[in-house]
Design a protein around this ligand. Structure first.
Ligand code: GLN
Ligand code: ZN
Length: 774
């Protein structure tokens, strides 16, 4: 086919949540029954229309397929799964007469329904976005359901905008799926590829009929070495998939995007395939080099889409370098275009909404809208020559120079302290000696505790808003929080928990709370990014050298400890998690930044100890999330991430018991890292996998304290005492009782009080009865 020209500049996707979180408001109102379906559709259509108008205003083309249609009411993976009919058997009743699933069915899959848990949710590559995991088996009744894609395409066309529909590609869709419950042992979702391809072909045909010139298929699986399928098998699957789709009778031109990293030999595969455009992530990935003649010949007839504008962070960056990186590819392919490295769904909408950010800091930043403008600039430069954009490049370079020399970016005292560290600062005395030193804590066998937060009530959120709005003063706020702490402490005493927490009522978020108190961070007002479904987070901006001007948690923890004879567990967020859930400076290695955060936490731990706190938990739920997708990059990551945690905790006295908490159960690659953390006690998620993780830990030779979660806090369900006892008995069979702790899977902040109290009562009851049977 002769392909229509690919747009000179484009983005792989745009935030869909809305600059004032309109999507969140609309779907939550719909779930709550406050608006009907017609109103939901009206609001989402309005949001899409506003997005298109904005992208065109920012410089993307109206009629050249430059605008991706990356909308999804809940999740892009779920949308693609539904477009190909991948509905798990247990949800078959959600299909309507024509076999498709409507928006109500979509929400049921995402959120579960009576007696039917939702699709599992997990992290999208190494980001903090969560997708819904498709369930695929040999019986999955694939079928093309292009209606929504076609309707949205027509909706845009009605406004005179030619969009580019975006789908998750077939290889990635299967690589991210899990085998359906009914699938036979050994079945892998990728085995279903042959059956799936005709369905994609049908979708393409229908989009071509509707008038789509280009379709984007996202294949980030080609950039990952951390999936269940090997990179070689994924490449083989891609070769097959695009040989089939590329020769489909009727289809739009195909743009295969490969965000989140380099694809190495994957480029040879795509170059050889009968597709029209290939997108490379040139921020995380390398410039293609050493290509063989076949690959060069393959590229000669295609568009290479250079992802040089970083879709993952909020820095304005080195625009001139980005241009040069793209320009270096000139001549390698038939034509060259500019794009973001990934979808912009990972960054907030618009910097212009941040009226309270320091203007100097703001001049170093670019949110989604600013990045779209950067793409448009670079595309203009490619078309008309570098000199036509020289002033934009120079402005960006000047901002970089300003940033490098600005106060706070490099603080000599912080740097000197880091430079003076020695190996001893990263290590505590041997575990056995610590166990000895901690005996006087006087803990029973199978001590019971919680992970930190207690339910966050509406009253607390209102109080925080009132404090921010000036209607409540510091003293009034403090009194409210102290009241809440006292209530939570008394409740835990009544329940009979052994190690208490203060409940974290003062925290809006486990990272932002610390970011607001540390030097080197800024927080935004509207910088929301989608975490999953209607849930958003507002990552802080870590822009300068980090230090701790004053204690951050000591007042609350000491107050809580003053109320009780039992041990009160101090509660901190670890350095890796603070980095993972913030936008982090890109002008120095992450490890250097992590160590700065580690030092600040080390100071906090020393102050907690001085205030009489004997047990301190440092949460690292994001340790797994930041793991690089490429194996070769993993050892260095594990080295600095473990190092930063050890630096944070390495100053704790042997008698202080250090806990950590990790919220997932897929350990595989990080098991050595967990051991490396050298925490006295590690709590982990285990209830959903029925303690399997305890066996894994046992096999790995893990010999410190461990608290496998016995209460799944992800649902309002109250586990019975027998159920908890059974899980505990399984754990006792694997781990000596002297090292075993009893706790929920994670914090309780998203739960209600009624179910929390009932569940914790069962947890304590089960621990007591297992203790007696020992
Ligand atoms: N201490 C935190 C809490 O209980 C841990 C949260 C998490 O692991 N995500 O809320
Ligand atoms: Zn957790």
């Amino acid at each position: 086919m002769t392909a229509p020209a690919f747009p000179a500049g484009t983005i792989l996707g745009y935030p869909r949540i809305g600059r004032r979180r309109e999507l969140k408001r609309a779907v939550e109102a719909y779930w709550a029954g406050r608006i009907d379906r017609a109103e939901l559709e009206r609001r989402t259509a309005e949001l899409r229309s506003a997005t298109r108008a904005r992208l065109i205003e920012l410089g993307l083309g109206r009629d050249d397929s430059a605008l991706p249609d990356s909308f999804a009411a809940y999740d892009q993976v779920l949308d693609t799964a539904l477009a190909v009919g991948a509905v798990p058997e247990r949800f078959a009743h959600l299909r309507t007469a024509d076999g498709s699933v409507d928006v109500d069915g979509e929400f049921a899959l995402a959120r579960g329904e009576a007696g039917q848990p939702p699709l599992e949710m997990t992290k999208w590559f190494d980001t903090n976005y969560h997708y819904l995991v498709p369930e695929i088996g040999p019986e999955t009744a694939f079928g093309a359901h292009p209606e929504r894609l076609v309707t949205r395409f027509a909706e845009a066309l009605g406004e005179g905008v030619l969009t580019r529909p975006v789908l998750v590609g077939p290889v990635t869709l299967l690589a991210l799926a899990k085998p359906a419950a009914e699938a036979p042992e050994g079945f892998r979702p990728l085995d279903a590829l042959e059956r799936l391809l005709p369905v994609y072909a049908e979708l393409l045909a229908r989009l071509a009929e509707a008038g789509a010139a280009w379709v984007q298929l996202d294949e980030p699986a080609l950039a990952s070495e951390s999936l269940d399928e090997s990179p070689a098998r994924l490449r083989e699957a891609a070769a097959r998939a695009y040989a089939v789709l590329g020769t489909a009778a009727r289809r739009p031109a195909l743009f295969i995007a490969t965000p989140y990293g380099g694809i190495g030999e994957g480029l040879d595969v795509l170059a050889a395939a009968p597709v029209e455009a290939i997108g490379l992530d040139l921020v995380r990935g390398e410039l293609p080099s050493g290509l063989d003649d076949t690959t060069r010949a393959g590229l000669a007839g295609k568009t290479l889409v250079a992802g040089v504008v970083d879709g993952r962070n909020i820095w304005r960056g080195d625009l001139a370098a980005a241009f040069d990186r793209a320009a270096a590819l000139d001549g390698l392919a038939g034509s060259l275009a500019i794009a973001t490295s990934t979808s912009l769904q990972h960054v907030p909408h618009d910097l212009a909404d941040e009226q309270r950010l320091d203007p100097r800091l703001a001049s170093w930043l670019a949110f989604a809208d600013q990045k779209v403008a950067q793409v448009a600039t670079l595309a203009r430069g490619l078309a008309d020559g570098r000199r036509t954009i020289e002033s934009e490049l120079a402005d960006a370079s000047a901002a970089l120079v300003d940033r490098a020399g600005a106060p706070g970016v490099r603080v000599p005292a912080v740097r000197e302290r880091l430079a003076a560290l020695s190996d001893a600062d990263f290590a505590r005395v041997a575990y056995d000696a610590r166990v000895e030193a901690q005996l006087d804590l006087g803990l029973p066998e199978l001590p019971t505790t919680t992970i930190g937060s207690f339910p966050q009530t509406g009253e607390l959120r209102r109080a925080r808003a009132a404090l921010a709005g000036g209607e409540l003063d510091e003293a009034g706020y403090r009194a409210l929080i102290e009241q809440e702490i006292e209530r939570v402490v008394r409740l835990q005493e009544e329940l009979g928990l052994d190690v208490l927490v203060h409940g974290e009522p003062e925290r809006n978020d486990m990272v932002q709370y610390f970011a607001e108190l540390l030097d080197g961070f800024a927080v935004t007002e509207h910088g929301w990014v989608q975490s999953y479904g209607s849930r958003c987070t507002r990552p802080s901006i870590l822009w300068g050298d980090v230090s701790r001007p004053a204690p951050m948690t000591v007042g609350w923890s000491a107050y809580a400890q003053s109320l009780t004879e039992r041990h009160l567990k101090g509660m901190l967020t670890g350095p890796v998690t603070i980095l993972a859930w913030s936008f982090v400076r890109d002008d120095q290695p992450l490890g250097d930044t992590a160590r700065q955060v580690g030092l600040a936490l080390r100071d906090e731990i020393a102050d907690l100890e001085a205030a009489g706190i004997r047990i301190i938990q440092v949460d690292e739920p994001a340790l797994r999330e930041l793991l690089p997708l490429r194996r070769a990059d993993q050892p260095a990551y594990l080295d600095w991430s473990v190092g930063a945690f050890r630096l944070a905790t390495g100053g704790a006295a042997p008698a202080t018991q250090v806990h950590t908490h990790l919220c997932y159960s897929e350990f595989g690659v990080v098991i050595d890292a967990i051991r490396g953390l050298d925490a006295d006690v590690t709590s982990i998620e285990a209830a959903r996998s029925r303690m399997e993780v305890v066996e894994d830990l046992g096999r790995s030779g893990f010999d410190h304290g461990v608290g496998p979660g016995v209460y799944d806090i992800h649902s309002p369900r109250v586990p019975g005492e027998d159920e908890v006892r059974e899980l505990l008995e399984r754990a006792v069979a694997e781990v000596p009782a002297s090292r075993l702790w009893v706790n929920p899977d994670c914090g309780l902040k998203t739960r209600g009080y009624a179910e929390t109290v009932a569940s914790l009562a069962h947890l304590v009851g089960a621990a007591r009865s297992v203790r007696e049977s020992l």
